[in-house]
Design a protein around this ligand. Structure first.
Ligand SMILES: [Fe+2]
Length: 404
């Protein structure tokens, strides 16, 4: 990205710029800024950058965007981050006071190298990876951000959402829409690991991020966990049949607006849905892809975040695509490589990647088996405010508009 430095345009007097800046010396005391620079670097179309590595990851310059940062393409390898989780689990199992008691969670948070240490992987998404030892309980709470867990362990403990007990297994996605009370724990014999994803940075930006851990409807004040009102599979029984929605229950969960009441998507169901479509042509930019939706509204599961899952078949190579949304990817199965903004990242099971907005990306399955990717992006939010656009390349390399 070539950044616009604050200089006068050719032919214009730089004396005027100097005089203007002198006004700012006084105006700053009154919390006023006299515009002396272009609105850089946003004074150009989103698709201008070729998408190379230099297009992301640097602090934007220019007064108007002085505090703007761009997320960078990145990959976190399972073998690297798992080592920290193991250390955390070991300390916790031997500690006089388990970390969950003073840190509230036993987790690592991923930081994007382009975002200067902020606890976020894109401009809107936070990702934590939690490990719960046998017997651990994360007490019941509610918060304004929407959240989910993606289960990495073969058996993944449980989450109780508004009284619905969700027994988790690998590949499951469990939603906690904003305003739903939830608690987690592990009653198995081995530590369990899952990925937490939240729209927390967006709520922080809106100054609307908050958590309530005190008021616990339906449970005693000295109890950590909610009572189980509905057994495992409740929301699946209500909503897990395509095109059928029950008429005798409320679809409201918590206090959110149009919350997703189907909260437990099972990994094996997702996998079998993808596999049943494997002979279809699919999308040249995505392979066989399916979206997780709120069955009541047909909309993305959260008004902010869109969850999708895709099968990339052995030998399949997608065509390049770029979007105005930022995307977070979890490799559930397979081996492959993804080119993001001119950098190539190879990946295998449980690796995690970030595709920043505006940059080109393409996936290749380099293994002998299927590749299954789960993605979360803020395209849901961008669509609803009229800001979602996407471009692709066709086989000849020509750029085409996918979403105008
Ligand atoms: Fe939570």
């Amino acid at each position: 990205m070539t950044l616009q430095e604050p200089t006068a345009r050719p032919g214009l007097s730089s004396k005027a710029l100097e005089l203007m800046e002198s006004i700012n010396t006084d105006a700053g005391k009154d919390n006023i800024w006299v515009r002396t620079q272009m609105n850089s670097p946003a004074q150009r179309p989103w698709f201008t950058d070729p998408g190379g590595a230099t297009g992301t990851g640097s602090m934007a310059k220019g007064r108007v965007a002085a505090n703007q940062m761009k997320s960078a393409p990145y990959r976190w390898r399972w073998k690297d981050y798992k080592a920290y989780l193991d250390r955390l689990s070991r300390i916790a199992s031997e500690a006089d006071v388990p970390p969950i008691e003073f840190a509230d969670r036993q987790s690592i948070l991923l930081t994007n190298p382009g975002l200067n240490g902020r606890l976020q992987v894109t401009s809107t998404i936070r990702c934590a990876i939690s490990i719960y030892n046998p017997g651990d309980i994360a007490p019941a709470h509610v918060h304004s951000p929407n959240a989910s867990r993606t289960i990495l362990s073969a058996k993944g403990g449980y989450t109780n959402v508004e009284g619905e007990r969700c027994e988790a297994h690998r590949g499951d996605i469990i939603l906690t829409p904003n305003g739903t009370w939830h608690d987690h724990g592990n009653e198995d014999k081995e530590p369990v690991i899952w990925i937490d994803m939240l729209d927390w940075p967006l709520m922080e930006y809106l100054d609307c991020a908050w958590v309530d851990q005190e008021f616990k409807p339906g449970i005693g004040s000295n109890q950590k966990s909610q009572a189980t009102l509905h057994g495992d599979g409740y929301s699946e029984a209500l909503y897990g049949h395509g095109g059928l929605v029950p008429t005798f229950v409320s679809h409201q969960r918590g206090w959110g607006y149009e919350p997703a009441p189907y909260i437990h998507f099972r990994g094996e169901e997702i996998r079998s849905a993808l596999e049943r479509l494997r002979k279809e042509a699919g999308d040249p930019h995505e392979g066989i892809q399916m979206q997780l939706v709120n069955p009541v509204t047909g909309k993305p599961v959260f008004p902010t975040l869109n969850y999708q899952t895709q099968l990339i078949r052995p030998g399949e190579e997608t065509l390049p695509k770029r979007e105005t949304c930022g995307t977070f990817i979890v490799v559930i199965d397979g081996k492959g490589k993804t080119e993001i903004g001119g950098q190539t990242f190879d990946w295998e099971q449980n690796d995690i990647m970030v595709v920043p907005n505006f940059v080109w990306r393409k996936h290749t399955n380099t293994g002998t088996g299927d590749a299954i990717l789960y993605t979360v992006s803020d395209s849901a939010l961008l669509r609803s405010i009229g800001q979602y656009r996407a471009q692709g390349k066709d086989k000849s390399g020509k750029v085409i508009q996918l979403v105008q």
